[in-house]
Design a protein around this ligand. Structure first.
Ligand code: NIG
Ligand code: FE
Length: 414
């Protein structure tokens, strides 16, 4: 099956083959072609260029022609950090938060993540899948073409496996690319209250072997932060996961400077995420590593906590990725265009830096940048077609205007 998209006002996000992430100054630029065409064959980008060079636009009945009507065509967003498999919601805590309780205070009262774990326990696998697919459809319509989904609302052996099986089912049935992350160490399960080290043993000795045996996880995660898991507990879990060949992505430095970045880099984490609180030491340890610093501005926005120092990281020559953290407690939105806008408005990234942070760098942070995250011959045709817009900056600037005309995944319109 061959498709030609023509009359593209601006084709944005072009990268040469082999570029897996952008760091420092390289993040300042988004390569574009004005008045372009793009060819898709069997779901893969096989050619693109300026329309003057395109002889192929015609009436061949074997070819599907899509008129972009002068809009932007760009790669779909990659969302490298979400928790979109959950039951119900936490709108009651929203009221507590408005009344003045902090995220830590809500958690310390036995609410927060444990609330979601109770709800998930009572929800069947089918119902959980149904609820999660509503969110999957929602984010695809907003331009997300790849998503990483964490477990971590199970917190018992059975319920963690239940969540991961739901993620596997999404992987098998949804047209977007999915990566599964085992986050058994998201909080200490209720039955283990006051026995944290025994819970860590449960994660290492029972959960991880079963998860590995069923091949349910691409990554392992730990909420390494004050009030949750320590650096030593994190190291223990990552050590065990390494025996199964499962690479980490870590929750670090959301609430305090936790040492999570250092332990993540020590175990060659693919990404360290949150980073609302960081010092020079974190920048130093990330320099020269293969770990993608990932910030979650939707969480900062929703909880009213500091935004990560994305600009400082880029000025230090590092890469930065921005993801949604879509979850019921700290970021109930998976709108990556809003994430891109927050990158500009609250983190003072340029539209180009924010664009790269939400596409190629998040693709890297979920291990798919060899086939997603840019306009590159040989990559998957996961594309957004917008209405005609005046510039790249307009995309985050007018972030509530519904400019997305079509989302194409694997070469097919969704
Ligand atoms: O990334 N920080 C830890 N985990 C999630 C929040 C989970 C929740 O509150 O349900 C986060 O913000
Ligand atoms: Fe998270």
């Amino acid at each position: 099956m061959k498709t030609i998209i023509y009359n593209i006002g601006t084709l944005a996000g072009i990268l040469p083959e082999g570029v897996l992430k952008l760091e420092g100054e390289a993040m300042n630029h988004v390569e574009c072609i004005e008045n372009a065409y793009l060819v898709i064959e069997d779901g893969i980008i096989t050619d693109f260029g300026p329309c003057t060079e395109c002889n192929a636009i015609g009436n061949n009945p074997e070819i599907e022609y899509i008129d972009a009507e002068g809009g932007f065509v760009m790669p779909t967003f990659c969302d490298s950090h979400t928790h979109i498999v959950y039951a119900g919601c936490r709108d009651g805590e929203f009221r507590d938060k408005i009344a003045g309780l902090s995220y830590e205070e809500i958690a310390a009262r036995g609410g927060g993540i444990l609330n979601s774990a109770d709800l998930l326990h009572e929800t069947s696998e089918d119902e959980l899948y149904r609820q999660a697919m509503e969110r999957v459809n929602e984010i695809m319509a907003m331009g997300t073409g790849a998503v990483e989904i964490k477990s971590g609302y199970g917190l018992t052996v059975e319920d963690e496996l239940k969540m991961l099986r739901v993620i596997r089912r999404i992987k098998e049935t949804a047209p977007l690319t999915v990566k599964a992350n085992f986050l058994g160490a998201h909080a200490v399960g209720r039955a283990y209250r006051g026995r944290q080290s025994e819970y860590v043993d449960l994660v290492c000795e029972e959960m991880l072997p079963k998860v590995a045996e069923e091949g349910l996880a691409d990554f392992v995660d730990v909420f390494c932060d004050t009030g949750f898991f320590t650096v030593d507990e994190t190291a223990k879990i990552l050590e065990k996961a390494a025996n199964y060949g499962i690479r980490p992505k870590i929750h670090a430095n959301e609430l305090e400077v936790s040492g999570g970045v250092q332990v993540g880099v020590r175990y060659n984490a693919l990404s360290v995420d949150h980073l609302e609180k960081t010092t020079e030491a974190e920048i130093e340890v990330l320099r020269g590593s293969e770990t993608m610093p990932t910030m979650l501005p939707g969480c900062s926005f929703f909880l009213g906590i500091p935004f990560g120092n994305a600009k400082g990281y880029i000025e230090a020559g590092l890469p930065v990725a921005l993801a949604s953290d879509y979850n019921p407690g700290s970021s109930p939105s998976g709108n990556m265009r809003f994430v891109m806008a927050l990158g500009c408005i609250r983190m003072r990234l340029t539209p180009e830096q924010s664009f790269n942070a939400c596409t190629i760098n998040t693709a890297y942070a979920m291990g798919v940048s060899d086939r997603l995250g840019s306009i590159t011959v040989g990559k998957k045709a996961n594309l957004i077609i917008t209405k005609p817009v005046p510039s790249l900056a307009f995309i985050p600037y007018s972030h509530q205007t519904p400019i997305i005309e079509q989302v194409i995944l694997n070469g097919n319109r969704i």
